[in-house]
Design a protein around this ligand. Sequence first.
Ligand code: SAH
Length: 462
Amino acid sequence: MLLTITTTRNPATDLGYLLHKHPAKVQTFPLTAGDVHVFYPEATAEKCTAALLLDLDPVRLTRKSGPGGNDFALEAYVNDRPYVASSFMSAAISQAYSSAMNGRCKDKPELVDVAFPLEVSLSVLPVNGGEPLLRSLFEPLGYEVDVQAFPLDTQYPEWGQSRYYQVTLKNTLPLWMLLSQLYVLIPVCDNDKHYFVGSHEIEKLMEKGRGWLEDHPANELIVRRYMKHLGPLTREALGLIMKDEATPEEVEEIPEPAEKIRLHDLRLQTVRDLLLEQQVSSVADLGCGEGKLLRLLTEKSVFTRILGMDVSYRSLEIAGEKLKLDRMTDRQRKRLELIQGSLLYKDKRLSGFDAATLVEVIEHLDPPRLAAMEKVVFEYARPSLVIITTVNAEYNIKYESLTAGTFRHSDHRFEWTRPEFEAWATEVAGRFGYTVTFRPLGEWDDAVGAPSQLALFTIDTA
Ligand code: SAH
């Protein structure tokens, strides 16, 4: 997977200053699933080419995404990901060229906003939607687009064209803008499941799209594909990016994925309502992420002690910002506390709460570590009430965009059907002296149930 950027603006080696990469060196940067190499096949005053080679390791890639299962069990091992430019290319660009993409140039800052004649070559780019889509994405931004399609198999021409293209793009524009556009549009072409998921994607998209995405005629498609698998976020992003064009009602109708209500909000509200119903006053939200449930809880004064714990420092930082911790009074801060910790280790700070919640957390743990979590929650922390929610794998067939055998989220280590979840929870409840009941979460479907499932454990008092 190769991305080259060439300029002919004399002295063309200025490209090296802009990219913060010396033309005489080969440099390597690590990614979670491979390495990125940057080197210059050509560097003269007349013409300079920087090449970015993305070398993904299929084995590391598989470990990251989990082996999948079901219909095509080998999908995680046999796929095109290591060989094509996809969302990993965006990660590579932001890893290797971050200063350039953010418009910084240490030695020649005056060059940052200069429009350079630039030629980009990408091989190979998977394009769902083929040449017309590719043109509709790049031509409105002023690119001259040259496309070479590859047949699926040269021996069998009747099989037609593959979705892989060798693409050349030419335009005259500042380098930071070119990189931002590639960062957003490469995964949009691919439209496969992205490895990146998280609400900060909206911020990234807004930042990278500044100055060109607002007025792009295909901006709705771009946002929708970029935010793929982040249904609710897509709506939020569309609302933010296409300020005046899309009314909230129109945005609400976006069919991908087919979620009429924001599933995650529904989950969180259900959890809060259950906690209210059960009349608990102190709650530990374990794996609190960016603090969405915590926020709902702080709105109700019956909750007098609220703890958010997560293993991810970054998530806690975001939670702190969203909950405006820095603007709280001492009293408010006594009520709400955020701590970094892991569900896999016994932790005194988790004792003494009426209730513990794990909302969409267990599927992020490796199955062999579940036993450690069970002890931490049900034996050591031992609140009278535990609420655990997880996705319902049976519902996945309703997500058209989800390929069989893949998970809803790239960080999921497993996804359980209703019988699997119920069997696990019932065994755990029995072992630790709890009684468990189940309920569906989200819109009900007779065949496959609801998109998510919830288990409510109450401690046996007798
Ligand atoms: N409960 C939140 C976040 C769910 S995402 C919500 O509903 O919005 C799963 C969260 O579990 C992530 O924030 C992740 O950092 C956290 N997590 C994963 N492994 C963990 C562990 N071992 N201990 C604590 N948190 C963990």
